[in-house]
Design a protein around this ligand. Structure first.
Ligand code: 8OZ
Length: 362
């Protein structure tokens, strides 16, 4: 029987325990959308996580949807991230980066030459993003043409290559939380006809092609993916048949030999089994996936221990607890109290609420 604190090898990446730091957007990037120099210390402090999944990093200028998010597509961004990965590795940690394209969750003020956000369709959600002017309604998107999709897939490939040059141990493709890839998956958003719209197989095609490209570029053993079948974040409705859609997706990803699949259960940052939503059978997906199965979303210590001990999951990721507890692994091991999160210090700003949370005293 494995415990949360046992080592595990996921694909090509050897981890000292089964606790991951979930990707956490903090809007602290500096000019050029470079990782903030403070991120070196922030991630270094958290290097006892079995795996750090660094915050979502836009793979191109068009992939950005929020102010000051650190990209993974220019040489300067690679150099800034390199300082982060070197610091984590010097502490014996492992770190991958999340490859992110926001799709329609963006604003013209954040995009090159005031371009419109892009998506699977031109349907516009009523939701806000964080810009220089604060939180404002996202801009109307335009539907990508089929002939633009090879370039988009190339952007993911380039992001993965940049991640390797920056010294990351791998990447996690962000196909969750209703950003671009999920805007193709769900029939609530994807109104396309042609090879990337309509049937489940067509709506899943872009994700599958992105995953194939990234695996070809850096190796499947360094590639993970994040899914969120039941979330309605960004005011985006669920698919009409999530069980069938995400079951098909997992069946397509299974043969690739991915390092891990990271699943957000329920509403991101909310209930794992939302009331008034149909029950989703996560176990049915897990049984069809041969790689490591990482669960997420508000797990308590007891729930995380149980998930791994029972074999229901191989790993558990923690988001908010890792913000306010750099030594979360030690605190979970010793069942020590957790420092509460200062929610007003999550986005933007500097060192406060970022690198000043306390470690347990010896
Ligand atoms: C919080 C704020 C902005 C973006 C996600 C990347 O939900 C995000 C995100 C989270 O996946």
């Amino acid at each position: 029987m494995s415990t949360l604190f046992d080592p595990i090898k996921i694909g090509d990446i050897a981890l000292s325990n089964r606790i991951a730091m979930a990707p956490l957007t903090r809007n602290k990037a500096i000019a050029g959308n470079l990782a903030n120099p403070l991120a070196v210390e922030h991630y270094r402090q958290r290097a006892t996580a079995g795996l750090i999944i660094a915050e979502g990093a836009p793979i191109s200028a068009m992939a950005q949807g929020y102010l000051d998010t650190p990209g993974i597509h220019t040489p300067e961004q690679v150099a800034a991230w390199r300082k982060v990965t070197d610091a984590v590795h010097a502490e014996g940690g492992r770190i991958v980066v999340q490859l992110w394209h926001v799709g329609r969750i963006s604003h013209v003020s954040l995009l090159p030459d005031g371009a419109s956000p892009v998506s699977s369709s031109n349907q516009c959600p009523t939701t806000q993003t964080f810009t220089r002017e604060g939180f404002i309604q996202v801009s109307a998107p335009r539907a990508l043409r089929d002939d633009e999709l090879p370039g988009l897939i190339a952007d993911y490939r380039h992001g993965a290559r940049c991640a390797m040059e920056a010294g990351f141990d791998g990447v996690e493709v962000h196909s969750a939380n209703t950003y671009l890839l999920e805007q193709f998956l769900r029939d609530s958003v994807n109104e396309r006809s042609g090879p990337y719209g309509g049937s489940i197989a067509n709506r899943a095609r872009l994700l599958v092609e992105v995953m194939q490209a990234v695996c070809q570029e850096i190796g499947a053993g360094r590639t993970g993916v994040r899914l969120s079948p039941m979330t309605t974040s960004n005011n985006t409705p669920r698919d009409s048949d999530p069980q069938a859609l995400y079951g098909y997706v997992v069946d397509q990803l299974a043969p690739l030999g991915l390092a891990y699949l990271h699943i957000i259960e329920g509403e991101t940052g909310g209930a794992r089994h939302p009331e008034n939503a149909p029950r989703f059978d996560y176990g049915a997906l897990r049984r069809r996936f041969p790689g490591a199965w990482m669960v997420n979303n508000g797990y308590t210590r007891a729930e995380a221990l149980e998930a791994v001990a029972s074999g229901r999951a191989d790993m558990v990721s923690f988001g908010r607890p890792f913000v306010s507890n750099p030594d979360l692994v030690r605190r979970l091991r010793e069942d020590a109290p957790l420092t509460p999160l200062l929610t007003d210090k999550l986005y933007g700003g500097g060192a406060e609420g970022y690198i000043d949370y306390p470690f347990l005293a010896d």
